[in-house]
Ligand binder design. Structure first.
Ligand code: MRU
Length: 347
C-alpha cells in the first residue's frame, strides 16, 4: 500500500493534499507562496495539529527560498514577517507555535551570508517534516501495546496521515495494531461540523482495509452503553502539563461517556503537542465561522438563515478522564503533572 504523504517540500514549492476535497477528489495543490500556505491552514485545506506545524515550517522555508534579500539582516526581517503571518492562522494547536519557535530560534543565530541562513531554514523545515514521520511511527508502536486482538476502538475527528506529515497519531496507533496482525475494528464519529471523521478518517481506513463503522456524534452514548467499544483513542491539539487534553469539539463528551461505561480513554500525540507553559484557563479555543454550523460543508442550509450559532472548534478534557497519554517517548499516566514534568521539563 502506498503511504499517504499529506505535505511535501519540492525545491522551492510546497505540495499538499487539499483535505477539503476528500473523499470526493484527491487534489494536490502546489504553491511557492507562504501567504497561500497560510490561507490553506486558515481554510483547513491543511489541518490537524502536526500537519499545521509542518506546513508553518515549510511556509518559512518558502519565504527564505524566494527572498531577494541581499544581506542577512534583511532576510531575517522578511522571515520574521512570515513567521508572524503564519502564527495568526489558527490559535489552538500548539504544534504551529512549536514549529515557528524552532524557526525563530534558528534565524536568530549568526550566519555569514543570507545563503547560509536560507539553507539553514529550508533544512530545519525538512527536519521538522522528517521528525514528524518518524515520531508518528514510534507513537504507533508505543500505542499498540494497549491494543488487544479483537478490540473495537472508537476515534474522533481525523488523526491520520491527513492530519500529520504522514501515518498519523491516534490513527497511527490503529494502523500499527492492524499492521501487526491484530483483528481490530474502528468506530469513527462523523465529527460535526467539518466532518473530519466521516470524510477523512473513513477514507483513510477504507484505503487500508481496516474495518470501520461510521456513527454520528450523538450516537456515542448509545453505542458505548451497548458495550460495543473497548477503547477510545483520540489525538490532541494541545496537552497541558496538568494532563488536560485539548482536542476536537466533542472529545470531552466522549470522555465523559467512556468514564461512565468503564471504557479506557487515551490521547495519542507527539511530545511537540505538549505545552508545558500554559495553564488550563489560558488556553485559547478557536471559534470558527457560525456558517459552518448552519450549513453542511458551506452549502446546504440546515436551519433558519442567520440564526445565531456557536462554533467552538475544540474542547478540553480534564485529566481524571484520561487513562493515558501515548507519545513517542512512552505512555504518560496519572498523576500527569508529575509524570509529564519529570520526563519533559529537563528540555
Ligand atoms: O480542526 P482540525 O481538523 O485541525 O482539528 C484536528 C484535531 O482536533 C485532531 O484531533 C488533532 O489535531 C490531532 S491530529 C493528529
Amino acid at each position: 500500500m502506498e503511504e499517504i504523504i499529506s505535505i511535501k517540500w519540492l525545491d522551492g514549492k510546497v505540495r499538499w493534499i487539499n483535505t477539503l476535497k476528500i473523499p470526493w477528489e484527491e487534489e494536490y495543490v502546489e504553491s511557492e507562496s507562504y501567504e497561500r500556505l497560510a490561507k490553506a491552514i486558515e481554510t483547513m485545506e491543511i489541518r490537524g495539529a502536526p500537519a499545521i506545524g509542518v506546513a508553518a515550517a515549510f511556509g518559512v522555508a518558502l519565504a527564505a527560498y524566494h527572498s531577494r534579500a541581499e544581506d542577512t539582516d534583511a532576510l531575517r526581517k522578511e522571515l520574521e514577517k512570515a513567521i508572524d503571518r503564519l502564527s495568526k492562522t489558527r490559535p489552538t494547536a500548539v504544534n504551529l507555535f512549536w514549529a515557528l519557535k524552532r524557526m525563530k530560534e534558528l534565524i536568530s543565530k549568526d550566519y555569514v551570508s543570507p545563503e547560509e541562513l536560507r539553507e539553514a531554514v529550508i533544512n530545519e523545515a525538512n527536519k521538522i517534516f522528517e521528525e514528524d514521520l518518524k515520531v508518528n511511527r514510534l507513537i504507533g508502536e508505543v500505542g499498540n501495546q494497549v491494543i488487544n486482538d479483537g478490540d473495537t476502538i472508537l476515534t474522533h475527528c481525523n488523526t491520520g496521515a491527513l492530519a500529520t506529515a504522514g501515518y498519523g497519531t491516534a490513527l497511527g496507533v490503529i494502523r500499527s495494531a492492524w499492521r501487526s496482525g491484530k483483528k481490530i475494528k474502528v468506530i469513527a464519529t462523523e465529527t460535526r461540523p467539518v466532518l473530519q471523521g466521516a470524510r477523512l478518517t473513513v477514507w483513510e481506513l477504507v484505503k487500508e482495509e481496516i474495518p470501520v463503522t461510521l456513527i454520528t456524534d450523538s450516537m456515542v452514548g448509545y453505542v458505548m452503553g451497548k458495550g460495543l467499544v473497548n477503547k477510545v483513542i483520540v489525538g490532541a491539539d494541545r496537552i497541558l502539563r496538568t494532563g488536560h487534553v485539548i482536542n476536537k469539539i466533542g472529545t470531552y463528551t466522549i470522555a465523559v461517556v467512556a468514564e461512565k461505561h468503564g471504557v479506557p480513554f487515551y490521547a495519542a500525540a507527539p511530545t511537540s503537542t505538549i505545552d508545558l507553559e500554559t495553564r488550563p484557563e489560558k488556553v485559547i479555543i478557536e471559534e470558527r465561522n457560525p456558517e459552518e454550523v448552519r450549513r453542511v460543508l458551506g452549502k446546504l442550509l440546515i436551519t433558519v438563515e442567520n440564526v445565531p450559532a456557536y462554533n467552538p472548534a475544540f474542547d478540553m478534557t480534564p485529566p481524571e478522564l484520561v487513562e493515558g497519554i501515548i507519545t513517542e517517548v512512552g505512555i504518560f499516566r496519572k498523576p500527569y503533572e508529575e509524570t509529564i514534568t519529570n520526563k519533559l521539563s529537563r528540555k
